[in-house]
Design a protein around this ligand. Sequence first.
Ligand code: PEP
Ligand code: MG
Length: 614
Amino acid sequence: MNRTDRAQPARLMVLGEVASSGLARGRAMLCDCSRRNTAVPRKQMSEAEAPLEVERFDAAVSAAAAKLLEVQESVRRTLGKDEAEIFEAQILLLRDVQLRDAVRALCLDDRMNVEAAVEEAIQQLMALFGRLEDPYFRERAADLHDVGKRLLDHLVEDGLPDVPVLHDGCVIITHELLASVVAQLEGHGVRGLIVEKGGLTAHATIIARSLGIPMLVHVPDATRKIGTGDLIIVDALAGRAFINPEAEILGKYDQLEADLQVHRGILKGLIGLPTVTRDGVEVKLCANIGQTADAVAAANVKADGVGLYRTEFVFLVQDHFPSEDEQYQFYRSTAEHLKPAETVVRVLDVGSDKPLSYFPLPREANPAMGCRGTRLLLAHPAVLHTQLRAILRLSASHPVAILLPMIDGIDELRAAKAAIESAKDELAAAGQSFNRRIPIGAMIETPSAAILIGQLADEVDFFSVGTNDLVQFLLAADRIPGEIASTYEPLHPAVVQLLATLATVARSKGKPISLCGEIASDPAFTNLLVGLGYRSFSVSPGRLLEIKYAIRSIDLRDAERLARRVLSLSSTRDVKVQVQDDWNRRRPVVSPELDPATSAASATPLSVTHNADL
Ligand code: PEP
Ligand code: MG
């Protein structure tokens, strides 16, 4: 093969991130599953016409809500109750008071026509969501986009149909994908999805996973490189797709498909089995959750409990601070799914780039290091007090624990514990029941807390290591990738050494320690983390069985050997090579090796992956 021949396959492959893992083969179909083709009309209305525009808005909300309920019902029938619940957030957004107020103001004060006002208000709210640090919340912007499109479909006469006309066995290639479009793909014979934008925790992605449709996101220029009718292999394991592949590649993927089928069956068979290494070491495997649908997913895979309940979501979908009763109801319905297993409820972790629209905070030059997490709550005792009362009340009937985010040292911990005691005293005085011994834990997310873990251990019941933040603060490297290549690296030797110390000190103090950062959800890290001494993880529900599989395939002596080897290294590159080699040896399903020209283009360095459940 000459140089030109070798270079050929690389041009016929596109790379992306795996959002819903699996393999698919089919003919490409370019669609616009996101935008309206028609521009939204813009008009200046008269004073008399303005109130009529608000009425049109209310009618559109009712019509769109009815349509969403229809979609939800059909999803409930075809996919089940958990997936249908995903639409709850959109229905809430549709009826959001903030959205209505914004549209009203634009119609009545600025005299905009309702279509333009809806477009403008949705843009404003999306910008707000888009600024949030947590990808989970940032990607709720996609729901807003979906809601906006639905409203416009009812307002503008020539709106797009919900689902494009599809041919059986196709692979959709699109710039962006809406959750409500994906939800209606069931029964349309769609085999794969390739999206130029998209997010790993977006609802469209969650539904694609539930439908078992392999999906790649962040595939630049896919709509330019792929043409309707091209034969496509979507390799949503390695994060690549082939365009009109040659026979040799097709043959390799036949074999991979067969292997994958077997693996899926194995993972399902793990539900209910103990999480234990081959040589009998037990590991606790809990779930990270943000909303009720996550709790349902966690219960379905029989998680050992909730290791991290990010309560921010409860606050974020509201336009006001939820009352104590509202919070109690939210937390209760979530904890109910996991009962009798424990739910670890983290108190509100906002501030920095995770603002609440109704909780204005002073501008700071460096908000990631500013007023956030527990220190923010201590500065606003009423917010903390209300939340603590709601959690404590729940503890009367459900096994719950309180987790304190972003603790920076002993003084802050003591102040938060004093707030918990005062909430307890108040409830006791009012004759309300709660668990006097509710466990209290600290997140280890700051270097100062990590250094002081020995002292903190004397004052808490458990620890949860939040590597997402800990890595960022330890390495002074932003966890949100910007324009410049990031130096954020969980396999930096300083991180690995610190993780080993944390596990050792917690154990010596007899305090349980769990790891809930994203690396816990990545099976490439599991062997190392067990070797470093971790016996408890909290992971995304969709990844739980994959992590259980990884744990059940390892041997503690092997894991400890890997940890020792890695701890002796001082270069990040060397650590990554060790962990990558280890993972390559144990990964259950492997995409085919390609010739050097192609594989050079597809090499995906080890990083925190977000592969969906297989
Ligand atoms: C973390 O920082 O690792 C963590 C789990 O918290 P969050 O991702 O919500 O900041
Ligand atoms: Mg954090």
